[in-house]
Design a protein around this ligand. Structure first.
Ligand SMILES: [Zn+2]
Length: 1078
């Protein structure tokens, strides 16, 4: 077990920001002391142990004020009981022994073995009468070892499953956060970690609130990236021998192996879920559900087959979805200006003229597929005489005459003007082929921003071109094969040339030869690339399967409006992306995927899909998985009624776009499982999923069921490095989440922070935009973690002799100071819960952090140390405080558990009293006791007292600097006020019957003197109350050897001349008990 630290050290760390890591080095004595800074890197804070509870100057004062060498003096004082008397070296020796006070007590109970060898120092006869904290809960998280232990304990005790059962049987509502499946390919990065931790925080919070919040982790398993991984892993000989089935087998193995590895990582982050019943898009049942979605859409008429230009990647020989494209900067195309000579004209302005249409294109290879020139009916065009062009004229948009003239270096003089609409119906001759084509009216995409205002139109190679072609009944010519080579349809001259390579060269040369080329120039623009091969793509018409989004676009837009989008800007993004989107090409020419279950007639190529064929195939897939499609002969894939026709049919070879796979997860998982809500309560992914999973899920769900698959969609930004740069291999700034948890190769540079620190970081950032992480951010986060751990340890340690059954003090009997901190606790509890509900975790983080540092460490826990250590074990002063500390644990531990599950559980396992729940999670969130909220005069008075306390702290620090006092217990605080109201309030607390609600304890000084009358110079104002002035004098009387308070009563007790009136009865009581025992 971990060696016990002197509790006084650890409680300090909550106050001072001193590093707990250094606590572990405490045995090195002063060397460790000096290592502690106050967080601002300036002051060295004393970490002397206040051994035996004796108050050294540092201990009893606000630690942040102890600077420089006073730390060593403070230590010396605590060990020698003669302030400032001992040498530094002596302190160092002594400190090592001093550290073991608690250890010895532990040893007596069979605890700390290491410490038991140390000899107890009994310089102080009262050492055993002081009640120091005791706990096995270590200051060090030791996360690398401890977190896996806790996770194993959760598994063995089935805490997640038990909690779900408990919530279900109590009638808790379902809450469904549906997991967007990560791709089962490669290692996880910080974006994955942030995503899964955010989800887990939400799920754990809802579970703690009593909801039936099952979380089913999922994985996206099919598609090209995995196929590529498999291909890359094979030697070229093996690759040649690969059959579709052996490829699929290897791809499946690869996906399953990756899933296993990723699942272990997610579990290590502390992410809970039904890992046993996880969903995988390669599961037969899932595939069957996906095919049902396809079937329903088919039967509704939303699926069709068509020749259509799609984004085609010649490098991977497949069609690509919009989401699979990227637009790297700096792409340059060979753009050309071409003259297309008019054949027939109806426009008067052109009668008798020899004229050509000037067109411009950035894809010369599409010239063979040119079937029209489109103009904008609203734009004005000019007929220009071209210098040196004989009798020939050029037609170009009026606005572009000048720029074109400059480009081609020839004067253009306008001879006539006409509207675009007047050009419609003219025909022109193709410069390379014996054919004429029409001038057509295009859409708004034709502008005068660049080019000539006349658009080269190839319906087989462009989206707008295709639309216009449909309107005018043009054929869809696409003389390019899968590999991107021109086919015989392009003519003998060009057949076999690569459209991304030598085809452009040849076509430009031919145009020049025919005298049609006006100009060639390089043109830099956005151009789509294949996101995997990083090679340019082309638009190419192929036979593909489509989901006709137009058919249900309006419903989809209505469904978008019914969803809550967080942040709100998300609705605009998805609305724009959905309303702009054209039909969804869902077919891919790959092997590793779910087949599109279609048969084709061998003779006519006609596609056969019926309700019966669908059902038969779906049943087969449900039973054998989608391998069945690839493995079985056509006859077996056909239903009884069609078997006879098997010889005339073939099965389709296309597989589905993986976005259709993951986009069907609402059907494969959410609506398929009883414990989940459909529509799901929440989808939560990166903001890039507006065009990815959010949209594909929406489209399939709307097409089949007419509703969105989710009620709320939450998006988060991306993880950047500390300077705001994208993480990349080339920059070398990638932070592996595994290294944050387990530490890097150099543990000094990259210490093992543990999953809780990673999770605390996730909670701390504003994830609505991009978030930053790096070594210094992690270090700060771990400091915050340690402070919280220190607070929890202090509270646990001070409850070692508390039995809630018999010792608890009723709320009504509690001192006001205690009621006040319970008021703060309930306020924090409500604030935290509402921020958890609205997914504002950074506010949860800030609220807990502020409560811990400002209200607990620097205030309440600082003030109550005296009560806890000095008062008798059965005293009201101690028991009332312990009652509060128990409430604190009951509330705080479940409250932080969604973010810091390991810390909360570790503390729960170390509770020094019996509880009805074996896990903090089974305990659930504590009920917020609104009756603990204070109001009116009491609350106002306590807030005023806190203001006065800050001022007293300030002047005490000056007094210490001026060496008027060493510790605050040497002080008498004098408060002068001319405010009747303030005087009355302060007087109320000058002496109290309960021994708690007193100013001297609040200020941690020995005496307080209240004076009425003019406060004089340097007053402090409390708004609406009045002004006061606090000054420090040396306290009167002698110092008590046990509690270090100064009192006139020291010296008045015959049997214990060194004790004060508070300590005397405690020590006597102890003795009496000891005698009885003897
Ligand atoms: Zn005393």
């Amino acid at each position: 077990m971990a060696r016990m630290a002197n509790p006084a050290y650890s409680t300090w760390s909550t106050t001072t920001g001193a590093s707990a890591l250094a606590t572990a080095k405490r045995a090195r004595g002063l060397r460790a002391c000096r290592r502690f800074s106050d967080g601002q890197g300036k002051k060295t804070v004393a970490r002397c142990g206040a051994r035996f509870g004796l108050r050294c100057p540092a201990y009893s004062s606000r630690v942040s004020t102890v600077v420089g060498t006073s730390s060593s003096l403070a230590c010396a004082a605590s060990f020698s009981r003669k302030p400032f008397a001992r040498s530094v070296a002596r302190v160092s020796d002594r400190q090592q022994e001093g550290l073991c006070v608690v250890g010895l007590r532990q040893a007596a109970r069979g605890g700390c073995v290491k410490a038991s060898g140390k000899k107890k120092d009994d310089d102080n006869p009262y050492s055993d009468t002081v009640l120091l904290p005791q706990t096995d809960f270590s200051m060090r998280a030791n996360a690398k070892a401890r977190e896996p232990e806790l996770q194993a304990w959760w598994r063995e005790n089935q805490v997640y499953e038990e909690l779900l059962r408990q919530n279900r049987s109590a009638g808790g509502d379902n809450f469904t956060l549906h997991d967007g499946p990560p791709y089962a390919n490669g290692t996880l990065h910080l974006g994955h970690a942030m995503n899964k931790v955010l989800k887990d925080i939400i799920v754990k919070h809802r579970l703690l609130k009593g909801k039936s919040a099952a979380f089913v982790p999922g994985w996206d398993c099919h598609g090209l990236p995995i196929e590529l991984k498999v291909l890359q892993s094979l030697k070229s000989k093996e690759r040649k021998g690969l059959t579709p089935m052996s490829m699929r087998g290897k791809a499946r193995d690869f996906a399953l192996k990756t899933i296993g590895e990723q699942a272990e990582q997610f579990k290590r982050y502390g992410v809970w879920g039904d890992y046993e019943k996880r969903y995988q898009t390669l599961d037969p049942e899932y595939e069957a559900k996906q095919l049902e979605v396809f079937g329903r859409m088919f039967m509704e008429g939303h699926i069709y087959r068509g020749l259509k230009p799609v984004n085609w990647s010649p490098s991977s020989r497949t069609a690509l979805a919009e989401a699979e494209l990227e637009y790297p900067p700096g792409h340059k195309s060979r753009s050309i200006y071409v003259a297309m000579p008019l054949a027939e004209t109806k426009a008067e302005a052109l009668e008798g003229l020899e004229a050509s249409l000037a067109i411009w294109t950035t894809t010369p290879w599409t010239i063979p597929a040119n079937l029209a020139v489109a103009v904008n009916s609203e734009i004005e065009y000019a007929v220009c005489k071209m210098e040196g062009g004989g009798s020939s004229h050029l037609i170009v948009a009026s606005d572009l005459v000048e720029s074109l003239s400059e480009k081609i270096g020839r004067a253009l003089s306008i001879v006539a003007k006409l509207k675009g609409s007047e050009l419609e119906g003219c025909t022109y001759k193709h410069p390379l082929y014996e054919r004429t084509s029409p001038v057509v009216i295009g859409g708004d995409y034709i502008t005068t921003e660049s080019g000539t205002g006349l658009v080269h139109t190839a319906p087989g190679h462009g989206q707008d071109d295709f639309q216009v072609g449909q309107k005018y009944g043009l054929p869809i010519l696409s003389p390019v094969d899968n590999a991107g080579r021109l086919t015989s349809e392009a003519g003998e001259e060009f057949e076999g040339l690569n459209v991304l390579g030598d085809a452009n060269e040849a076509i430009i040369a031919a145009l020049e030869r025919e005298g049609a080329l006006l100009l060639e120039e390089l043109y830099e623009h956005k151009y789509p690339y294949d996101w995997r091969t990083k090679k340019p793509t082309i638009f190419r018409a192929t036979e593909q399967w489509f989901a006709s989004v137009d058919g249900f676009k309006k419903d989809a837009l209505d469904a978008i409006d019914s969803v809550e989008w967080i942040p709100k800007a998300g609705v605009k993004r998805i609305r724009a992306m959905t309303s702009d989107r054209s039909d969804w090409c869902i077919s891919r020419q790959r092997k590793w995927g779910v087949p599109i279950p279609v048969f084709y007639k061998k003779d006519s190529g006609e596609a056969i899909v019926t309700e019966e064929t669908l059902k038969h195939v779906i049943d087969l897939v449900r039973e054998k998985g989608s391998d069945a499609w690839f493995e079985l002969p056509v006859e077996d894939l056909l239903p009884e009624s069609l078997k006879a026709e098997a010889s005339n049919l073939t099965k389709g070879e296309d597989t589905m776009d993986v976005w259709f796979d993951s986009g069907s997860s609402w059907a494969g998982v959410v609506s398929a499982r009883e414990e989940l809500n459909y529509p799901a309560d929440l989808y939560l992914e990166g903001s890039d999923q507006h065009r990815g999973w959010f949209q594909s899920s929406l489209l399939t769900s709307v097409a089949v069921n007419g509703c969105a698959p989710y009620k709320t969609v939450l998006t988060h930004g991306f993880v950047l490095d500390e300077k705001g740069a994208k993480m990349s291999k080339s920059l070398g700034n990638i932070i592996d989440p595994k290294n944050i948890i387990e530490g890097g190769n150099n543990q000094k540079k990259d210490p093992a922070y543990g999953a809780d620190t990673l999770r605390l970081w996730v909670s701390s950032v504003d994830y609505s935009s991009d978030v930053l992480i790096g070594p210094s951010i992690l270090k700060q986060t771990s400091e915050i973690y340690r402070k919280l751990r220190g607070t929890i340890r202090f509270v646990l340690g001070n409850l070692h002799d508390f039995n809630p059954e018999s010792d608890a003090v009723s709320y009504d009997s509690l001192p006001l100071f205690d009621k006040y901190i319970l008021h703060q606790l309930v306020t924090v509890q409500e604030e935290v819960d509402s921020n958890f509900e609205s997914f504002q975790f950074s506010k949860v983080f800030q609220t807990i952090q502020r409560f811990n540092v400002v209200d607990l460490s620097q205030f309440y826990l600082d003030v109550v140390k005296d009560r806890l250590y000095i008062r008798g074990s059965d005293s009201f002063e101690r028991k009332s405080c312990q009652t509060v500390l128990k409430h604190m644990l009951d509330t705080l531990l479940p409250m932080i558990a969604p973010i810091l599950p390991h810390l909360a559980e570790d503390a729960w396992q170390n509770l020094p009293f019996q509880t009805s729940s074996k896990s903090v999670f089974l305990h659930g969130l504590a009920e917020a006791k609104s009756e603990w909220k204070m109001s009116g005069a009491d609350l106002q008075e306590l807030e005023i007292l806190r203001s006065v306390r800050s001022e007293v702290n300030r002047v005490a620090e000056i007094a210490r600097k001026d060496k008027l006092i060493g510790s605050s217990l040497e002080a008498k605080v004098v408060i002068r006020t001319d405010s009747q109201e303030l005087h009355t309030i302060l007087s109320k607390y000058s002496e109290s019957a309960n021994g708690v609600d007193e100013l001297r304890y609040l200020f941690i000084c020995s005496q307080v003197d209240l004076k009425e009358g003019p406060a004089g110079e340097g007053v402090t104002e409390i708004p609406e109350v009045g002004t006061f002035r606090a000054t420090i004098e040396r306290a009167g009387g002698l110092r008590c050897a046990r509690c270090w308070n100064y009192s006139d009563t020291v010296g008045t007790f015959g049997d214990h001349k060194e004790l004060c009136d508070r300590c005397h009865p405690v020590v006597q009581g102890k003795k009496a008990v000891a005698n009885v025992a003897a």
